[in-house]
Design a protein around this ligand. Structure first.
Ligand code: BQZ
Ligand code: CA
Length: 695
């Protein structure tokens, strides 16, 4: 600890006079300028209907080996497997034109599948598995290349929608005649089940956490036909809801398989429902382009093309072009290594520690993969658990910490104890990392620098804020203590929840621990693997967490309700207690009001102003303490074609959505021999089942 600060620290710990205290406070400033870093690769901007439309074509084609199944009477002809008007990708919008069938994309992931019941809340292991299996009503990943004047969600399972005159009701039209990968019809039975028995059932929380509030408090849904339903809202024209109908919050599951497992329809229990589709069960019906046919724990998930996939190219070729998908079950760091080495085919390079080596390897002439950096959309914050009324059933110490977290001086102290410059350099040197104040990221559509409040690193100021919060080292052991009568006046000890599947998360957490310790706050790491971390995060049983921020702080329009505690379970760090009560601090209520007003507004200028208000509230009050933000890079093997220019690894969604994998192909002469089950299709659903051949 530097000489002068040690003296000041001592003075402060021993309770120097308030006057002296204020002298030490360092006022917030504007955020420090981010180092220049230009994204590589410019998107080719188009209007949505230049990408795809829904229409009937004269004829349709399929891979030859699939025709063998038709001739063997194992499958109806392709025309009957497709909707009357399938989704048609325009060849003119494909970077490399119409593709050819064959080959496989070899993903490597760090997650582990809990099972296939997405709407029941099970994780499929992330890394593009759930994004590929669970198609949603609208789609937003590809919006990175849509013209601003046409920037609205793309249709997907919902092919069109109309607002009522007064804007209180939205009528949604589904693709007609689309089928699940087992041939069962996709229709409003699946919508009804998702809404009534998942979204509206308090006992069920789907993966990615959809609740009624996701679509606006008080929203109702009514099925009005086999392919049509209406949603009725409590405010007019909440156009935001069209984004909530995309990934991850309106991706219906196969009701013909799930309803019998659900207690509302005769199922044994909610646990049995959640765990009703274990990872060993193959060929669970999906609307996605590939179906799981083999699963070896901690080893691999193999998928084969879905013969009923409801999308084609404008020459009538049923998609996808790739016949097989692999997901090797390894680590996220290994994903980067294998992608730049060429033994894997895809990576979202998002862990800054791997940047230098990945850049070096991919710069070599014989590098197997192309690496392209995008904008600064990967960022981390430190979030305090702001619930003071029982979320996560805190014990006495934990409750004392919650009270501290709800004290602005404590949050300011934590923020100013963090040296973000040093934290960033501990990950990677160079122009990648920017100091992050919290809230919306610099350079994004709704960001306003003048509305962003940044608390600069200053141990003295941190100490002064901690003193203001009533903390002093009463037993002189270098750790600040709770005031007399609170948690027995013991040393302040916090737990810090961290996702152990990422080196970056762990490195940042270790840096935070060391810096807070230096400021007199003791921190114990609570490091958990992905699925457990997600469950603990959502249970509220934690004091602080290191968290990689989701899409809402990049786009605002995607997952907007998660920007604040707009509902009992919409916030990442402040949810309701068992009784459903949310004890919002005054400025949190103002944040909620700004977000709700944004959702209800159709006036671009007003929406911009509302987000300035939101940004000031979030950064001034430290709803989250920003740490660092940096760009990620997309790494893809060079044999793949139709990779859209300028595709970011993360914006409205992850690159596994953004690059539109169903129209990615490998030219015939570049195809490798990586297929594990060539010329096969998904077999019957069941544990121990596998892919089948036509003969
Ligand atoms: C990308 C993504 C695709 C989840 C997950 C994982 C979970 C979180 C987050 C990312 C992984 C990859 O992120 O890191 O590059 O492939 O899967 O879904 O972090 O633990 O809960 O939000 O998306
Ligand atoms: Ca002490």
């Amino acid at each position: 600890m530097r000489q002068d600060s040690r003296a000041v620290m001592a003075a402060l710990l021993l309770g120097a006079s308030p006057g002296a205290l204020w002298a030490q406070i360092v006022e917030p400033t504007a955020p420090p300028a981010a180092p220049e870093f230009a994204a590589q690769g410019e998107p080719v901007f188009v209007n949505r209907d230049e990408m795809y439309t829904y229409r009937a074509l004269d004829a349709y084609q399929e891979p030859e080996f699939v025709t063998a199944f038709v001739e063997a009477g194992l499958l109806p002809p392709v025309k009957e497997r497709l909707p009357a008007e399938p989704l048609v990708y325009e060849a003119a919008n494909m970077p490399d034109g119409v593709g050819v069938y064959g080959d496989v994309m070899r993903h490597v992931i760090g997650g582990r599948p809990e099972g296939w019941n997405y709407v029941g809340g099970q994780s499929q292991g992330w890394g593009g598995i759930d994004i590929g299996l669970s198609e949603c009503l609208t789609r937003t990943g590809p919006l990175f290349m849509v013209n601003p004047e046409d920037l609205q969600p793309l249709p997907n399972l919902a092919r069109s929608w109309e607002w009522s005159e007064d804007g209180m009701t939205l009528t949604v039209n589904l693709v007609e005649g689309a089928k699940w990968s087992d041939g069962d019809p996709f229709d409003t039975e699946d919508i009804r089940f998702y809404w009534d028995d998942v979204v509206m059932d308090p006992e069920v929380t789907p993966l990615n956490g959809a609740s009624q509030e996701t679509f606006g408090a008080g929203t109702t849904l009514e099925v009005t036909g086999p392919y049509t339903f209406t949603m009725t809202f409590t405010s007019a024209f909440p156009e935001q809801v069209l984004y909530a109908m995309a990934y991850g919050t309106f991706c219906p599951g196969p009701s013909h398989v799930l309803a019998p497992l659900h207690p509302a329809h005769g199922g044994e229990s909610y646990d049995a429902f959640r765990n009703g589709l274990p990872p060993e069960m193959m060929s669970v019906p999906v609307m996605g382009a590939w179906v799981p046919v083999e699963y070896r724990p901690d080893d691999i998930v193999v998928m084969r093309r879905n013969p009923y996939y409801w999308k084609v190219d404008s020459e009538g070729n049923q998609l996808p072009y790739l016949d097989e998908m692999h997901y090797r079950l390894s680590t996220w760091a290994d994903r980067d290594v294998q992608a730049v080495a060429g033994s894997g085919d895809f990576s979202n390079l998002e862990q800054a520690e791997n940047y230098v080596e990945s850049l070096r390897r991919s710069a070599e002439d014989d590098a197997p993969a192309r690496l392209q950096f995008g904008p600064r959309t990967i960022g981390y914050s430190l979030y305090p658990n702001l619930s003071g009324n029982g979320w996560g059933e805190p014990d006495e110490r934990e409750q004392a910490v919650r009270e501290l977290n709800r004290d602005e001086n404590f949050r300011m102290g934590v923020s100013q104890a963090i040296d973000r410059q040093r934290l960033g350099e501990s990950l990677v040197k160079g122009p990648f990392i920017a100091q992050y104040a919290g809230g919306l990221y610099a350079g994004t559509a709704y960001y306003d620098e003048a509305s962003t409040v940044f608390y600069p690193y200053s141990l003295e100021s941190a100490a002064a804020h901690f003193a203001e919060a009533g903390l002093a080292d009463t037993d002189g052991d270098g750790v600040l203590n709770f005031p007399e009568g609170t948690a027995g006046g013991q040393n302040v000890q916090l737990t810090l929840l961290v996702n152990g599947d990422y080196q970056t998360d762990k490195n940042l957490a270790e840096g935070v621990v060391a810096m807070l310790e230096e400021a007199g706050i003791q921190v114990a790491l609570q490091t958990l693997a992905g699925n457990d971390r997600d469950a603990t995060r959502d249970s509220g049983d934690w004091d602080w967490q290191v968290f990689r921020n989701p899409t809402e702080v990049v786009t605002v329009v995607q997952n907007t309700t998660q920007l604040a505690p707009t509902g009992p379970t919409t916030s990442w760090n402040h949810r309701a207690n068992e009784e459903g009560e949310l004890d919002l601090l005054p400025w949190e209520q103002e944040m909620v009001d700004a977000v709700n007003a944004f959702i209800a507004s159709r006036d671009p200028a007003e929406r911009q102003e509302l987000m300035k208000t939101y940004q000031r509230l979030v950064t001034e009050n430290l709803y989250g303490v920003g740490l660092v933000a940096y760009p990620g890079a997309l790494v893809i093997n060079k044999r793949f074609a139709n990779i859209p220019a300028g595709a970011p690894i993360f914006q409205f969604n992850w690159a596994e959505d953004n690059i539109i994998r169903e129209r990615v192909f490998v030219p015939a002469d570049a195809q490798g021999d990586h297929e594990l089950h060539p010329d096969t299709l998904p077999g019957p659903m069941g544990i121990g089942e596998g892919p089948v051949s036509a003969s």
